[in-house]
Design a protein around this ligand. Sequence first.
Ligand SMILES: Cc1cc2nc3c(=O)[nH]c(=O)nc-3n(C[C@H](O)[C@H](O)[C@H](O)COP(=O)(O)OP(=O)(O)OC[C@H]3O[C@@H](n4cnc5c(N)ncnc54)[C@H](O)[C@@H]3O)c2cc1C
Length: 516
Amino acid sequence: MRQLYRLWPTVCVALAPGLASASVSTSCAASAMDVVVVGGGLAGLCATIEAAKRGAKVTIIDKEANLGGNSAKASSGMNGANTQAQRDQGITDSVEKFIEDTLSSGDGLAVVELVHTLAEQSRETHEWLKSLGLHLSDVVQLGGHSTARTHRFPPTPEGKPQPVGWTLVSGLRKILETELKDQVTIRTKSSFKELLIEDGRVMGLNFEHENGTEQLRGTVVLTAGGYANDHADSSLLDLHTPALAKLPTTNGPFATGDVIKALVKQEAGVKTTLMDKVQIHPTGFIEVKQPNFHTKFLAPEALRGSGGILLCHGKRFANELGRRDYLTEEMFKHCKPLFDKEENPLSAAMLLTEEAVEKYGSGAMGFYKFKGLVQDVGTVEAAAEAMGTSAEVLKKTLEDYNEAAERGQDKFGKKVFPVRFPSTAHLYVAFVTPTLHYCMGGLAINVRTEVLHSDGQPIPNLYGAGEVTGGVHGNNRLGGNSLLECAVFGRMAGAQAAEKAKDGRCDTERGSAGGA
Ligand SMILES: Cc1cc2nc3c(=O)[nH]c(=O)nc-3n(C[C@H](O)[C@H](O)[C@H](O)COP(=O)(O)OP(=O)(O)OC[C@H]3O[C@@H](n4cnc5c(N)ncnc54)[C@H](O)[C@@H]3O)c2cc1C
């Protein structure tokens, strides 16, 4: 069937020998092709741009009033191997090392072909973003990576921070609203309801908005994000990972997995994978004034990548640049609820020097200070007091840390020490807790982003990318790999959907030619 579709553009040309090539391409390939994208985070925006640039007419729907999703909240960065930014900073990396780190983090559960594609296309994806005016030129090293490969936007020349997720999303959305405005329709407050399936092929979807239900026909790209904030009665968290379901979350209220639930309810035959693999991020900020508030601001991994260390009872307990699942486990083993109050969440203190703050970006830190998430305490004594621990214990911890940094290795296996903690250092303190953060599971896709049927075959005309899909990360996602996944596979899904829409157009032409 697939091959037949691919043949049709040629067949159309053969059926219309008298047409000039320009008009042949209009009827067979270019103009009225429709693609419908569900979800306006990074994956959806990349899919939309790629499809529109290939000549498709695209409608992107999002249930929220604004596009952006969790992508807009991303704050650490986006990975890439062998990029220009790495070379400019003298960082040695390779696609092979990136693949190795990602597969190792996935504990054998990641789909190898997807990981290869992710890493192999990372450099080109950064080039693509750069060509759209989005140059991620700063690079830091996050936990579980063997080198620095997480790319960020530097502050503006005026010192204004450029948060990675927000900057990507707003930059791409602007392209939809300007350069691509004649080809792209944005429908917000519009919620996916069900697929239109005819003869086993997806022909479009129904969605709901303020004034009722509407139908859109076309190839469909699903980019509706994850379910790490799904606390409804039919919660996917309760169903697949009940032990973690009550933890706080970093995710927005939209991250409820309703597209997956709708497809299951519709009995669309989709295959899901790794649904019980939900990532707990070890460092959600605790707001001291309301420690039990369910939604947490993320204390981004880049804070640890810039030199922040983690302490319980004034002592370090782990390699701060270890994997997220390892750090979370160590926190559960070594830490207690904030201020030893049973009703409070489990808590570790994060300690930063002025130098680490500068490395991370003092502008962005201003926001955390303003929100009361980070305290500017100054001296070691003041830091100890804020943490409720003894100054002597803290001093000893910092001396040991500095000695390990000199040696280049500590007892936890840490080998990268972005900063030292001299006794005169100006210090900052924050409290952090393990927090639901990311869904490694979701819709199963193949390496062409085709959504798979439970029999393992692609469902015709249905594509997926980003957090709504599963398999790229296996058991544990490396920091910075999600934004990359959204961009790499989002683009691919948009391109595939546009090409398939072209074929569908020819399918229609075939009908009229046959009737004549
Ligand atoms: C606080 C935070 C910080 C992060 N930092 C990083 C980072 O630095 N680096 C990194 O790689 N990853 C990071 N992540 C993870 C990453 O941001 C997300 O996994 C990724 O952006 C998901 O993108 P997406 O496009 O798949 O989904 P999203 O960006 O979440 O977008 C999904 C969209 O789909 C819409 N939607 C949902 N259901 C429906 C429906 N039924 N109908 C219509 N629309 C629907 C939602 O409203 C949403 O706008 C972070 C996540 C969080 C929460």
